[in-house]
Ligand binder design. Structure first.
Ligand SMILES: [Zn+2]
Length: 244
């Protein structure tokens, strides 16, 4: 079980449901703490707020007892990444641009955070220290977007596809096995990823958009069923109860 410590840095445009993160049922990790700190003064000439790896590393130093420390921010990151591993136990997650993309697809930002936590926990299982983004991109991360936990998402707009229903593709599963990650870990990871879903209302809405004819047919039967049931009940009462 990996312990996670989250620090929210600066103003976030969308409210994060931190309870959902802390109460997330997982056999692989536990979010032990969530704290917030104010914004920082970048003091640059062009007023651009980009959080560098070095600046973020300085900010995480005080929490060194936690296994994985995550800084969450709205500031952009180096090379416009949405997540950067900055230390053997630390990472930054940014909502810059990503927050708007997820909102367009009605995907909760907590799901994006959870998806990234699972990615970090799995990387930690392969390498004892997180590979730092500025030094290497781990081999398991692939350029092709497959809806997999290890999609690179070089095109940031693809992030919705990876976050909507994150899975573990067969190649990544084989990669994990080749690195002696236990079958139990892989099985648990696959099972828990299935829990990352949109809210029920939006899943229904997506189904209707994707299958309009089927939805009309279902709607028709749903509408007439209570009527049929009422008629049946009326006949039943009339013939079997009122007769007596
Ligand atoms: Zn994959």
């Amino acid at each position: 079980m990996t312990n996670i410590s989250i620090t929210i840095l600066g103003h976030i445009k969308r409210k994060i449901n931190t309870k959902k993160l802390q109460q997330w049922k997982s056999d692989l990790f536990k979010v032990r703490s969530v704290k917030e700190i104010g914004d920082i003064n970048f003091n640059n000439e062009n007023y651009w707020q980009e959080l560098s790896d070095s600046k973020a590393t300085e900010m995480l130093k005080s929490n060194s007892e936690e296994v994985i420390q995550i800084l969450i921010t709205e500031y952009s990151l180096e090379n416009n990444y949405y997540m950067r591993r900055i230390d053997k136990n630390g990472a930054i997650i940014s909502f810059f641009e990503v927050g708007d993309i997820l909102q367009r697809y009605n995907i909760p930002i907590e799901n994006f955070i959870l998806k990234n936590i699972y990615e970090l926990v799995a990387l930690k299982e392969i390498y004892s220290d997180l590979p730092q983004t500025k030094i290497e991109i781990p081999d398991i991360i692939h350029e092709e977007t497959r809806g997999c936990l290890f999609d690179m998402n070089g095109l940031k707009s693809d992030i919705w596809y990876t976050t909507e229903k994150p899975t573990l593709c067969s190649q990544c599963e084989a990669f994990l096995a080749s690195k002696h990650v236990t079958k139990d870990f892989i099985k648990t990871l696959k099972r828990e990823l299935k829990q990352i879903r949109k809210q029920f209302f939006y899943r229904i809405s997506d189904f209707i958009k994707l299958h309009p004819i089927v939805s009309i047919i279902i709607g028709f039967f749903v509408a007439i069923c209570p009527n049929m049931a009422a008629n049946f009940l009326y006949d039943f009462i009339k013939f079997y109860i009122c007769k007596k």
